[in-house]
Ligand binder design. Structure first.
Ligand code: ZN
Ligand code: ZN
Length: 143
């Protein structure tokens, strides 16, 4: 089977991210601020634009209520500190398979699992994300 072609749909603007552009992974604090986000993978424009820029603190040493601290860096200041990484479409869906499944890479991830290769944390994560997908597909079917 040929490598399935896919493009990630941005979790914030809902547009397909150009294949040549990097995909940005956002964390829980972004999800808390934008509850309608589907998945956590965003286009560069949304991740870095002034439109979505926010600060963690409302005053000196006072975080906004409900703030989820960033995993890294330990002290966070703004939305940029809550970007957990960026990279190619293919790399980002391997590292963030739950979002990958939700945002357009389901077929690609199934194809990845079917290829010969090492069984490691990446393949384990993909397998879990896909089985969760299969379970929710079964439970949402009419009886
Ligand atoms: Zn976007
Ligand atoms: Zn923060």
């Amino acid at each position: 089977m040929a490598r399935p072609d896919f493009r990630i749909t941005c979790c914030l603007c809902g547009k397909p991210i150009p294949r040549a552009s990097d995909v940005y992974a956002l964390d829980e604090e972004w999800q808390r601020r934008y509850p309608t986000m589907v998945g956590t993978l965003a286009c560069k424009k949304c991740a870095l634009s002034p439109q979505h820029f926010w600060k963690c603190q409302v005053a000196l040493d006072e975080y906004v209520p409900g703030h989820h601290p960033a995993a890294d860096p330990k002290e966070c200041y703004d939305s940029w500190d809550h970007i957990v990484g960026f990279g190619t479409h293919a790399a980002m869906v391997m590292v963030h398979p739950y979002s990958g499944v939700l945002q357009g890479a389901e077929e690609y991830l199934r194809w990845q699992l079917g290829r010969p290769g090492p069984d490691n944390d990446l393949t384990k994560g993909i397998r879990e994300a896909l089985s969760l997908r299969d379970e929710s597909a079964v439970s949402s079917q009419p009886r």
